[in-house]
Design a protein around this ligand. Structure first.
Ligand SMILES: Cc1ncc(COP(=O)(O)O)c(C=O)c1O
Length: 414
């Protein structure tokens, strides 16, 4: 019987696979070095992960360390912590609970209203800036939950209605697009809009901000535009609140753009956004996220055997490989097969073949040096296993590593 990919998927359990192997239909290699440990006699909840499923660790001490480092670098300025996209993979409420009590954290910023509401439901008290879109009903909900909207279009009538209903001005932050071309009122049109908002009795401007393109030369031009607009508005009496622009990249590149407050994301999670920043000594950042799992299978391939879809790996000698229960659906990128290494028992092993939805294969060497159940580190805070190391090895952006972690994976706060 020819086995299609679909046959494997629908075949389900290991037992029928073993039966096929005995019948000679499927050539398996040397059996596992150790039997699969029993998952335990106790019944588990249907949504509980198995002992082998990947998990994410969130290191609270490293988060705190990074915040202190950022504040030192920013000359003591307050920090508006960007924790969008599920807290850069850590779990938005997990991160917020660590950051909320820190005096240096002036507030938190997210992009989705639902994340902002999750933070309030989790009891987070610091100001929350919503960097994402909303309609009039969303605006009312946000403001009723003490969530500050980012404004850059003429929504004065919405703000008037809401302020009348509340009996007090609506706190907002204004976003000016100085060249990134994403959101924000275009800098050439900014003055009239901001002037109107600043003059409105329905509005209190808590902050005014921009985002850099992170092109070093153009960033300077963007900053000059922003400063010129703000200075002119302030000369005319407009109150713009705290002015801010500096993401993680800017913390390394442009101290003159630290302004009243800095607004980093990735640096809080301890990851240098660009490879050249790691050796710069500007900040000592410690990664706050780890992705781990356990080896689920160990086998020997004979010379000429293959592994992975499309026979992506061909054994050029008799070699042991290990299967890990982590794939691109978990947030471990496909491109990891182009040079990334994972740590098992203190040693680094290369990812080979291809990363499929739920599996990764590593080459272990000429001896079965790893065992089923061994913990595996895809990345964490140790040198050689940092997200930056994975990025350097296979070319994936560090932003595509942590932010793509599957929200369903268990998070363990350590
Ligand atoms: C408006 C805004 N500010 C700040 C940040 C933080 O950026 P980073 O994670 O590079 O520090 C982001 C993230 O992309 C953002 O969209």
């Amino acid at each position: 019987m020819a086995l299609s990919r679909r046959t494997f998927i629908t075949a389900g359990t290991l037992a029928p696979l073993a039966a096929w192997a005995r019948a000679g239909t499927l050539q398996t290699q040397t059996p596992p070095a150790t039997p699969v440990p029993s998952p335990g006699a106790q019944r588990r909840a249907p949504d509980a992960s198995s002992a082998f499923d990947p998990w994410v660790e969130v290191h609270a001490g490293n988060l705190r360390h990074n915040v202190a480092e950022i504040q030192r670098r920013a000359g003591g300025r307050p920090i508006l912590a960007v924790i969008k996209n599920n807290g850069y993979g850590a779990g938005v409420a997990n991160v917020a609970r660590v950051l909320d009590p820190l005096p240096s954290i002036a507030g938190l910023a997210v992009v989705k209203l639902q994340e902002a509401v999750t933070l309030r439901d989790a009891g987070i008290r610091k100001p929350i800036l919503l960097l994402g879109p909303f309609d009039e009903r969303d605006l009312e909900e946000a403001v009723s939950r003490d969530i500050t909207p980012m404004v850059y279009t003429p929504i004065g009538s919405w703000l008037d209605r809401l302020a009348a209903k509340r009996g007090r001005p609506v706190p907002i932050q204004v976003c000016i697009d100085t060249g990134i071309g994403r959101v924000g009122v275009p800098w050439r049109d900014a003055a009239p809009l901001v002037r109107d908002l600043a003059a409105s009795r329905s509005v209190a401007i808590d902050g005014t901000f921009m985002t850099f393109t992170e092109d070093p030369a153009y960033d300077r031009e963007q900053l000059a535009r922003f400063q010129s607009i703000c200075a002119s508005l302030e000369r005319d009496g407009a109150r713009l609140g705290a002015k801010h622009a500096a993401s993680s990249y800017t913390l390394y590149q442009h101290p003159d753009a630290f302004l009243d407050m800095v607004r980093p994301g990735m640096a809080i999670f301890g990851v240098h956004p660009e490879p050249q920043f790691r050796q710069s000594g500007v900040m000592d950042l410690r990664p706050a996220l780890a992705l781990r799992a356990r080896v689920i299978y160990v086998k020997q391939l004979k010379k000429g055997d293959s592994a992975g879809y499309n026979r992506a790996y061909l054994a050029d000698r008799d070699v042991w490989i290990a299967t890990l229960p982590t794939g691109h659906t978990d947030g471990w990128p496909r491109v990891a097969a182009k040079g990334a290494r994972v740590r098992i028992g203190g040693r680094l092993y290369p990812v080979v073949a291809s990363v499929s939805a739920s599996h990764t294969i590593v080459e272990v060497g000429e001896a079965p040096a790893v065992t089923i159940g061994d913990p595996v580190t895809f990345y964490d805070w140790e040198d050689g296993s940092r997200p930056e190391d994975v990025s350097a090895a296979c070319g994936v952006s560090v932003y595509d590593l942590t932010m793509h972690l599957n929200p369903l994976l268990p998070r363990r706060l350590i």
